[in-house]
Design a protein around this ligand. Sequence first.
Ligand SMILES: [Zn+2]
Length: 298
Amino acid sequence: MLFKSLLTFILAFPFISPAFPQSSLKFSDRLSCQLEAPKSSAQLGKLICRGLNPHWEYTLLLSQGKKHLRFFYKNLNPKLDYLLFAVPYYWHGKINYALKGENNSTLWEGSFYIKPFKGGVSKIEIKKNPNNDGKKNNLRKEISIQYSLIRRTLRKITFQRFYENRAIFPLEGKFRISSPFGVKRYVNGRFVGFHKGVDIAAPYGTPVRASLSGKIVLARKLILTGNTVIIDHGEGLMTLYAHLSKIFVKKGEFVRQGQIIGKVGSTGRSTGPHLHFGVYLRDIAVDPLQFFKFELKP
Ligand SMILES: [Zn+2]
């Protein structure tokens, strides 16, 4: 009888009872994380944790002054898991991070420092044709529609992992880096953006391989990037292959790491046969040459 009334009391006031800890306390108390911070901007990092709640959605908040970035995760393994994140090329210095649980409480936090990204500058002059103005407006409209399509595709997150531990270089044989990542580009003195990938010059027809396993989310001809393929490797990690002469894959298809997805070409806005290779984590461009060295899993 005494036991029963005690139990009723405890159930009625669970917040004062240490015998009924709330699951949030249980998990956050057990949580322990270790940060593998990127050395420079435009690189990936990971937070490796033990004791995550598999039923929760987590947010990793990166902040620097008024700039904020949020990365979402779910279906995590409570024994050991990791949260991939990326630092944009225009962030440098001290960056604060905070891991937040479902009730927006901060579970783990800290900071790290990164070196600024050093990209070169490229200036080109293009002669204007005054007779093409009408045509140009339609073209511009189409380019902007296609640009939005690429952004939308790169922002979609599949909460599954298809990727291996390390990415492979997409080309074999003869090639050279003709334009590195992060080059600031000017056309006729106007800043048109920074180079969000790496250009790899190679003989026309060189096979192009999937850098990691994944699902094809875009495989079509576009105005600027020509024949373009985007592979979703899961968790918002994607690779982009542009200016291909041929595409061998279709949207929705799964490809394995190393599988030939197309051939090097010069389609779209291109001055010679090369592969433009891009790597994105949740639409944040990262330096592909650093990406090949990065171990994606702990
Ligand atoms: Zn390029």
